[in-house]
Design a binder for this molecule. Structure first.
Ligand code: EPU
Length: 445
């Protein structure tokens, strides 16, 4: 049963929260454990839905996953990896996009992989063509069946030359997880180099992989026969950190985000400063706060790393509704990531959406009728309303808009937010938000 949030807005969020391991690294690090010949230990693991889904999928494939009751560290032992029943795997259809990354490791350990229909946020088509093409290049055979995809490699996976048409995060990870134990050398050009990818490379290197990252988005992997286990502390979640930073701006608040890492958020830090946000950067975290006075409008384009991360866009757009003047945001990673602005408009924001590329660089979506640019005129007061959460980052954005708005908002579908924000209602509570969580007619908080 889904939970419902009733928010009484207008209270600045103030206090301290902790951000743990990155949602966009931890599930992949868990998958990497399948490649080892010994158990792996992963530290700084958040309690989020994607971790539950991958734990279950690994367990179905015979991997022993043990969670330390005190620290939450995971020990993953692939010694008894085995084929799982497709009907059991299919119970996870639509839950997450991570299963596609099980292909390479499963082929190496048990010779084949069955992947359910995928899930993930509804922010565009989110195809898997790059993934399947990559697997075919390694010599895998892909059979689409009614309920999923069966992938096998009758002659094992062989190193190859791959050039990605776009620096896709997932396809780069697919290559890494397939190539490290493939026979021979793999050269990937057009790779993504997000911090979470570099952390995955660090994990694979700890396991014994030979991987070099060159300055021109080329990654070279020399396949090895065997990999060991790893002990690794996941890098902190820069997307969750940036989300709470935007929450501080939107609500006129002051939030110390313990675990926020400046190094992985350089582009966000620059943007936050340009909009007029206050920051104190420390070794163990960053204090983000509203300095009082007006916020400044911005012209912004999302991009692959080291550009402005697309996952930072949605919460920041809410802050831009509170800036004095006209802001322009050009989304170049996903073709359909502005749907969440409909609810903001209903709350009083002035946001116009456009098909044109309103940025300095024409992107892949410009001539294809995708609504992927936004013009935001502020500042506009926000008023509480009824919202159904559409996706992870859009949902967080709606929640912080409701927290800033005058009056009461009812937010449904909030379980989507738990996919990437650990214990977010407890964090809101600690920050002084005025809200209740209901399930049917029961008040949980
Ligand atoms: N794409 C294709 N074909 C493919 C794969 C991707 O056309 O086979 C396109 C996508 O449709 C998109 C673009 O390439 O337009 C980039 O997608 P990418 O593969 O980089 O994204 P991803 O690996 O599916 C991860 C994160 C996303 C994050 C993106 C971009 C995970 C689990 N998800 O997705 O995170 O936005 O990289 O950095 O790591 C989120 O956290 O809210 C989220 C959506």
């Amino acid at each position: 049963m889904s939970r419902i949030l009733t928010v009484r807005g207008g209270v600045p969020l103030k206090g301290r929260i902790q951000v743990r391991g990155a949602k966009n690294l931890v599930p992949k690090a868990m998958v990497a454990a399948l490649l080892g010949n010994a158990p792996s230990t992963l530290r700084n693991v958040p309690e989020i839905k994607d971790v539950e889904v991958v734990t279950s999928l690994l367990q179905l494939h015979g991997v022993t996953v043990v969670k330390d009751p005190v620290t939450g560290d995971l020990t993953l032992d692939p010694a008894n990896a085995k084929t799982a029943s497709s009907s059991e795997i299919n119970t996870h259809a639509g839950d997450s996009r991570i299963p596609i990354l099980l292909c390479g490791p499963l082929i190496h350990s048990i010779g084949h992989a069955f992947i359910p229909d995928l899930g993930g946020c509804k922010i565009g088509d989110r195809p898997i063509d790059y993934h399947l093409e990559v697997l075919r290049k390694f010599g895998a055979v892909v059979d689409k069946t009614g309920g999923g995809i069966l992938i096998s490699a009758p002659h094992g996976l062989k190193g190859t030359k791959i050039s990605l048409p776009y620096p896709s995060v997932g396809a780069t990870e697919q290559v890494l997880l397939s190539a490290t134990r493939a026979e021979g050398i793999t050269e990937l050009s057009g790779a993504a180099t997000e911090p979470e990818i570099i952390d995955l490379i660090a994990i694979l290197q700890k396991m014994g992989a030979i991987i070099s990252v060159q300055t021109d988005r080329t990654i070279r992997i020399e396949g090895v026969n065997e990999l060991s286990g790893y002990v690794h502390t996941a890098l902190p979640d820069r997307n969750e950190s940036a989300s709470w930073a935007s929450a501080a701006l939107v609500t006129g608040g002051d939030i110390y985000v313990e675990g926020a890492s400046q190094r992985d958020m350089m582009t966000f830090v620059n943007t936050f400063r340009k909009i007029g946000g206050g920051m104190d950067i420390h070794d163990d975290g960053i204090r983000f706060y509203h300095k009082g006075g007006d916020l400044k409008p911005l012209v912004l384009e999302t991009d692959v790393h080291p550009g402005f991360m697309t996952d930072w866009q949605q919460p920041l757009v809410v802050a831009l509704t509170q800036a004095e003047g006209v802001s322009i945001v050009h989304e170049t990673v996903y073709e359909n990531r502005f749907g969440f602005t409909n609810a903001l408009t209903r709350m009083g924001a002035n946001i116009q959406l456009h098909r044109e590329c309103l940025g300095s660089v024409p992107c892949r979506f410009g001539q294809r009728n995708f609504i992927h640019s936004a013009v935001i005129s502020g500042s506009t007061p926000l008023t509480g309303t009824t919202i159904d959460v559409p996706d992870l980052r859009g949902g967080f954005s709606h929640m912080i808009a409701a927290l800033a708005a005058q009056g009461t908002s009812t937010v449904t579908g909030i379980d989507i937010i738990s996919r990437g924000y650990e214990k977010f209602t407890a964090k809101l509570d600690g920050l002084g938000a005025d809200f209740d969580v209901h399930e049917s007619s029961k008040v949980l908080r």
